[in-house]
Design a protein around this ligand. Structure first.
Ligand code: MSP
Length: 696
């Protein structure tokens, strides 16, 4: 019976559209899954979307949709992109599906019935962005993990007795050092757990977008307990059919980004221990994909979409680049220049060139049939290639199984380099010329057969090894080698010398056409057009707080108002779509886009805030715009305590002519919603945005 192998990606939040950061994890898992299938393992690869919680509820409200409509749309986008990229997931779980909800409720009951859940009251800070209870100083204090403002929560909740699992967890990390990989992450987790665990609030009652707690539907299950359970609910845990669960659980690998290590390595094993279920075999955290120096994310507005790269260079180029360029486990930068450079050097000039020159010569000199090497014509150079290839097969497997993709590919490409050198040194074209002429030289022909066989065999080996990484192009090279369907090949049997002589080649075509400079420009343009054409979150009515409005204090974090921002991750426009033409005539009461563009709205961070003496309604603020710190005077003193504003990110009209208020120069205006007869509410963001970002 074949060995089973179960691998999972995190399930992606549907508050953002997919970008290459998400694709990175999914590609890594797809590659691992493909290799295991190729080795003959009974493989199960799970991915999906995380659709509950306050963050999603707010994002859908901001988009003017019901949470279900909103999550249906974005979840479908993830799935469509994975399909378009040919990712071979076996199952796609949505946390809003019935099978998942039933499974989560079954898990809750199990943990509860085992005595690990009790009711209590939580008062403290909550980070909606991370969906995490935090030890932050007080109202509005920044989240220690992501720096975004936290919100005060006061709720009756169900608690999970996390503290009871501290010793068991420490034992787990110590006795099973590979449970968390890489080691740096393991050490972080270990010291976090050694620092002491507190019980965890696992239900919420102030919003409803979640799975009802069994027997107490006023509460919904905490979104991380809900989400983590996907790894077992997708296998049928809690349903009538537990066959997949019995077959594949525990997972061999949970692949995650480094920011969600604590949830996976502390909470998840504790939940499973509490339910009496087996633990996953390992959890691997990779680093972040950076773009322009910071983590690629929707909130930073620095995302790159996978579609753009797939359209211009193909899915395999993206897969190869990500796995070759980024040292797995560490952060890595993405740039279009580096992508095209890598594509040209390793794929067009490297593997592609080796394939086309070898196969073209076999066509020319051996009528398209793999020649037979002859022992009489052997030289040490041929044996050296055979040895290198054998070592490459072994080293590649070791490195790949440690998820050192970059080094594994480097090893395989060292073989490509060695064969290139071998071809140059053995000059098959000269041997070919001698073996053809009026007086064919038999020795040259025999030597030519050996040189071309050796080259073709090395090409076959690199192609087989690289197949999980670049499934499409390697399948083409395999067919060109005359070997049929690469999917039928068992990688476990890969050895030097298996290429059968006399195999008839398929039609030879370039697999990686060289990319010229315009490729970079094209991709950049497509991304620019996409972000320009994005519709973003529909605007809510936004007004500027005029001096003098205001009432009783409101905490800014309780008053999050989404505003219209350009969001590069929103609805992709067709790359070729022409820019919208301005309407010829502007209807009465409307303004042209150019008029709106005159208003320079910027994200600013409050550095200091104090009351203006003798003016009950005014606050003097100093705000950081990224390029300068400005003084503003705002009529929000009756709505906000000055101290509560420090560190908050607000929106200001940056190009308003300066004016003096109570003798103080106000250099700009702060943007608030100003409800009729109510207090002004500062416009702020659901997610973190860099200081100085323009709203457009
Ligand atoms: N929904 C949770 C996960 C729950 S799993 C039970 C979540 N979702 S997420 O959409 O915010 O991020 C999920 C994963 O996407 C990250 O852990 C990481 O694997 C991947 N990435 C998102 N942005 C990324 C980069 N910029 N770089 C690399 N990976 C990134 O957290």
């Amino acid at each position: 019976m074949s060995k089973t192998f179960y691998i999972t990606t995190p399930i992606y939040y549907v508050n953002a559209r997919p970008h290459i950061g998400h694709a990175y994890t999914t590609i890594a898992c797809d590659t691992i899954a493909r290799r295991h299938r190729m080795l003959g393992d009974d493989t199960w690869f799970l991915t999906g979307t995380d659709e509950h919680g306050q963050k999603i509820e707010r994002a859908s409200a901001a988009a003017g949709k019901t949470p279900q409509q909103f999550t249906d749309e974005i979840s479908a986008e993830f799935r469509a992109l994975w399909d378009r990229m040919g990712l071979t997931y076996d199952d796609f779980i949505r946390t809003t599906s019935e099978r998942h909800q039933l499974g989560v409720q079954a898990l809750w009951r199990k943990i509860r019935d085992n005595g690990h859940i009790y009711k209590g009251t939580y008062t403290g800070q909550y980070c909606v962005s991370d969906e995490l209870y935090v030890d932050a100083a007080g109202p509005g204090a920044p989240c220690p993990d992501c720096g975004r403002p936290t919100e005060t929560v006061h709720e009756e909740n169900y608690y999970f007795k996390l503290s009871a699992f501290q010793d068991q967890l420490i034992r787990l990390y110590t006795e099973q050092p590979d449970f968390i990989r890489p080691e740096t992450r393991r050490n972080e987790v270990l010291s976090f757990v050694r620092g002491g665990l507190r019980d965890l609030s696992i239900s919420r009652s102030t919003f409803s977008w979640g799975i009802p707690v069994p027997d107490d539907p006023k509460h919904v299950v905490y979104v991380w307990l809900d989400a983590l359970a996907n790894y077992i609910t997708a296998l049928g845990y809690g349903s009538n059919d537990a066959s997949k669960f019995d077959k594949y659980w525990p997972a061999d690998v949970h692949m995650i980004g480094k920011e969600i290590v604590r949830f996976h390595c502390v909470y998840w094993p504790a939940f499973l221990l509490a339910a009496g279920l087996p633990l996953p075999k390992s959890i691997t955290a990779h680093g972040w994909l950076l773009f322009e120096e910071s983590k690629m994310s929707k909130s930073r507005g620095n995302i790159v979409r996978a579609e753009t790269i797939v359209d211009v260079l193909g899915a395999d180029a993206l897969r190869y680049f990500l796995l070759r360029e980024v040292v797995f486990g560490q952060d890595g930068s993405f740039s279009f220049d580096a992508l095209v450079q890598r594509y040209n050097s390793d794929l067009a000039n490297g593997l592609g060139n080796l394939a086309s020159r070898t196969l073209t010569m076999i066509n020319r000199y051996f009528k398209g049939e793999i020649p037979s090497p002859t022992s009489a014509s052997n030289t040490p150079a041929d044996a050296a290639i055979a040895d290198t290839a054998q070592t490459t097969i072994a080293d590649y497997a070791t490195l790949f199984d440690q998820f050192q993709f970059s080094r594994a590919l480097e090893t395989a490409w060292a073989l490509v380099g060695a064969v290139d050198k071998y071809i140059v040194e053995n000059e098959p074209w000269s041997l070919g010329a001698k073996s053809l002429g009026a007086k064919p030289d038999d020795a040259s022909r025999a030597r030519l057969a050996t040189v071309l066989y050796t080259s073709a065999e090395a090409l076959r080996i690199v192609t087989a090894l690289a197949h999980p990484v670049m499934p499409y192009s390697t399948a083409k090279i395999w067919t060109q080698l005359g070997l049929g369907d690469i999917k039928k090949f068992n990688l476990a049997e890969l050895r030097w010398g298996q290429l059968p002589p006399d195999t008839k080649l398929g039609e030879v075509q370039a697999v990686f056409p060289r990319a010229d400079k315009s490729a970079v420009e094209r991709m950049q343009k497509m991304e620019e057009q996409n972000s320009r054409g994005a519709t973003g979150v529909p605007p809510v009515s936004v007004s500027t707080a005029s001096v003098g409005t205001g009432a009783s204090p409101v905490h800014p974090s309780e008053a999050r108002q989404p505003v219209a921002v350009s969001d590069s991750s929103s609805a992709p426009t067709k790359p070729e779509a022409a820019p919208a033409k301005p309407a010829a005539t502007i209807p009465e009461g409307k303004i042209a886009i150019d008029d709106f563009a005159k208003v320079d709205l910027r994200v600013a961070q409050v550095k200091t805030a104090e009351r203006v003496k003798g003016a009950d309604k005014l606050l003097r603020l100093e705000v950081d715009l990224g390029t300068e710190v400005r003084q503003l005077v705002a009529g929000i003193a009756e709505a906000y305590e000055p101290e509560s504003l420090i560190g908050c990110k607000v929106v200001i009209v940056a190009n308003l002519a300066p004016r003096k208020l109570r003798g103080l120069e106000s250099n700009g205006m702060i943007v608030c919603a100003s409800p009729e007869g109510g207090k002004p509410v500062l416009a702020t963001f659901l997610e973190d945005v860099p200081v100085g970002t323009r709203l457009k």
